[in-house]
Design a protein around this ligand. Structure first.
Ligand code: LHQ
Length: 265
């Protein structure tokens, strides 16, 4: 844990060999987001976003759950409230920061991901989950709509028919089903999960980070770019990639029949 994060209670954070590891850490509450967790998560994301040395981020949860969304114990039953304000100063602030991180973000869903917890996971770049994990759009169980951009990302990932149904019914989606539907990348046997996640981040951290940043941004831009404008964007970005150290190294390594040693530049 970097020194200035030592006192953090709800998030565990470490940086090693250009990998930032963030663990949601309220296992007795299935890592539900308390006010303290919101502010500690913000501080950690801010540190990652400002650290140009980081080439891969891993987000996961402590204990048997990934994240059960908003801590409902902090809300008194029967109370109505301005959730717009809660979103703007909590989840949305954090998600904007998460999206600004240029390094690839792996979410390792180690157990149940419900409500905001499910959608925070889906906002990451590569989502893998334990076979025993499940994703629940539990918002409508308490009279809410999916937030954390669930209503934006779910129809794109799994189509409108399934997105509407799981959001309206709060149906749990097991991770293998989530893979089949295109919601996440991979479901991993529970006993192999830790090792496979480590393999994944150790692989990603050695890949050409700058190109990976462009990849994540341009895929998302594709939703709003017209066809021709998107071709222009690819051309412009490829021009930048072609002038990078990593491209020169990649082609040299290919011709020399050896693994490339990318520096992320
Ligand atoms: C919890 C929670 C939890 C507190 C489990 N809070 N303690 C909302 C409002 C404000 C701003 C805008 O955004 C949002 C976004 C949202 O996230 S809304 C959705 C909020 N989340 C939920 O509705 C999920 C509630 N949890 C559940 O449905 C279940 O706990 C799941 C399906 C996640 C897991 O079920 P089980 O595996 O059976 O575990 P459990 O229910 O026994 O929970 C274990 C403990 O965790 C338990 O505490 P206890 O002291 O009794 O052992 C739960 O009370 C606690 N916990 N979720 N969100």
């Amino acid at each position: 844990m970097p020194d200035n994060f030592q006192g953090f209670k709800t998030i565990h954070y470490s940086k090693d060999k250009q990998i930032a590891r963030i663990t949601l850490n309220r296992p007795d509450k299935l890592n539900a987001f308390s006010a303290q967790m919101h502010s500690e998560f913000f501080a950690v994301l801010n540190d990652v976003a400002g650290d140009g040395d980081i080439r891969c981020v891993l987000l996961t949860g402590a204990g048997r759950g990934f994240c059960a969304g908003q801590d409902l114990g902090e809300r008194k039953g029967g109370e109505k409230m301005d959730l717009g304000e809660k979103l703007e100063n909590g989840y949305n602030k954090n998600l904007r920061l998460l999206k600004s991180i240029q390094a690839p973000i792996v979410c390792a869903v180690n157990g149940v991901a419900a409500g905001a917890g499910a959608n925070i996971a889906l906002n990451c770049d590569i989502v893998v989950a334990k076979k025993s994990a499940k994703f629940i759009q539990s918002f409508s169980n308490i009279g809410l709509i999916p937030d954390c951009n669930g209503t934006w990302i779910l129809p794109k990932l799994i189509g409108l028919a399934k997105a509407k149904a799981i959001a309206m019914l709060g149906t749990p989606v097991m991770s293998e089903q989530a893979v089949e539907w295109g919601m996440i990348y991979q479901a991993i046997a529970d006993e192999e999960f830790e090792a496979e996640v480590n393999n994944l981040v150790n692989n990603l951290v050695q890949r050409p980070t700058r190109a990976l940043s462009f990849i994540k941004n341009i895929f998302e831009e594709s939703y709003s770019n017209p066809y021709g404008a998107h071709l222009d964007r690819e051309r412009d970005i490829q021009r930048v990639c072609g002038l990078s150290d990593d491209f020169a190294e990649g082609v040299t390594a290919f011709n020399e029949k050896r693994p490339a040693e990318f520096k992320g530049r």
